[in-house]
Design a protein around this ligand. Structure first.
Ligand SMILES: [Zn+2]
Ligand SMILES: [Zn+2]
Length: 369
């Protein structure tokens, strides 16, 4: 059976957010209906609000960082049961593409396809969940492969962050870049993703962790998450500062977690010899990056700098999410300090305002509040 629910909807590109009744389910073959307990608000929701849902039509059902409880299963779903606590993943290796077939599922190029049974109540319009999730709603339907079971010891209002921000940031450090023990690392942009990258680099054993942002409060948060140095990029040139903090060498790994093309260039410029720059943030479309390539003072070619792009931390959610939950339980990964605001679904528009104003690390909507 399907059910009535409420969700945060955007009708047209650039439009406002309305919270209104929706119709969810029943789940089809291979799908599950999930009652959400908590959902983070991520920059990619804001990106989708303006740029569209990666090829899926408006209206959008916002949200892609949710955790909840399985209520119903569609035909053929055998490894989940009603009552299972799950985090919803937006990227799941398909098993059939060229990357998956050669044993590199973290490079899977597949996007989840098809339409889920999600409709707006007042006119029956088909809704597309952002990144095929739609977690800023009391209930949603996703593929069973997207619903990753969680151990009991992690509260769902913390676990929801594993769905995007934390798995992206930690994955960028551990999976995409493969930060090594003793490395020097810089992270540009200290939102939920950037601070997770910083934590991932700390977990990997990085020796120096330089946090870069233009908001002083975020630099303070970064210190609590393990930053050894901070750079206020509103007051001084971040590339000069990072070079100075590394005795002129530059860092082994420079991550940009803003989506700003200028920050991609800065990441390349602050990477040292044979260093790696990693672009994480979703950029504006279209956008271009120009790089100093070769010259008397060096350039990306002269310094043998690699530029990598990560797709959400290149995750295998069924392996990574339980591992991140274990790291939380063991005190290696701070998820409590990342949630700086909790609010009700009705107030979700203000969470977007606060995110854009840089007032929060993560706002989490609680559906039990
Ligand atoms: Zn996200
Ligand atoms: Zn694949």
């Amino acid at each position: 059976m399907g059910r009535e629910a409420r969700g945060a909807i955007v009708d047209v590109a650039g439009g406002g957010i309305t919270v209104e009744p929706i119709l969810v389910g029943p789940p089809g073959p291979g799908e599950v209906l999930v009652r959400l307990v908590a959902s983070g608000v991520c920059h990619s929701d804001e990106w989708a609000r303006h740029n569209g849902n990666w090829g899926l039509p408006f209206p959008l059902l916002l949200g892609h960082e949710g955790a909840g409880v399985v209520e119903e299963m569609g035909e053929g779903v055998e490894d989940l049961s009603p009552g299972d606590r799950v985090v919803i993943a937006w990227a799941v290796p398909c098993g059939g593409c060229r990357a998956c077939r050669r044993g590199a599922p973290r490079k899977c190029a597949h996007q989840i396809s098809g339409q889920r049974p999600l409709r707006r109540a007042r006119d029956g319009a088909q809704l597309s969940g952002v990144l095929q999730c739609g977690t800023l709603a009391t209930h949603t339907v996703v593929l069973a492969s997207q619903a990753i079971a969680m151990p009991d010891e992690i509260p769902l209002e913390r676990a929801c962050q594993l769905g995007c921000g934390v798995s992206t940031g930690v994955g960028a450090a551990l999976q995409t870049a493969k930060v090594w023990p003793g490395a020097r690392v810089a992270v540009i942009g200290l939102g939920g993703v950037g601070l997770s990258t910083l934590q991932g680099a700390r977990i990997a054993g990085a020796e120096q962790l330089i946090a870069v942002d233009v908001v002083p409060a975020k630099l303070e948060w970064a210190k609590r998450m393990g930053a050894t140095d901070t750079v206020d990029a509103s007051a001084s040139d971040p590339v000069d500062c990072v070079l100075r903090l590394t005795s002129g060498d530059g860092v082994d790994f420079a991550f940009e977690a803003t989506g700003n093309p200028n920050c991609v260039r800065q990441a390349v410029e602050m990477a040292g010899f044979a260093g790696t720059a990693v672009a994480i943030g979703v950029p504006p479309v279209p956008s271009e990056v120009t790089l100093p390539w070769a010259g008397r003072d060096g350039g990306a070619y002269s310094r043998k700098v690699s530029l990598l792009v990560t797709d959400g931390g290149d995750p295998i959610p069924s392996e990574d999410f339980p591992e991140l939950a274990r790291r939380y339980r063991d005190g290696e990964l701070d998820l409590d300090g990342m949630v700086t605001r909790e609010l009700a679904l009705e107030d979700v528009e203000d969470a977007f305002r606060a995110m854009l104003a840089g007032e929060v690390i993560r706002s989490v909507v609680r559906f039990d509040s």
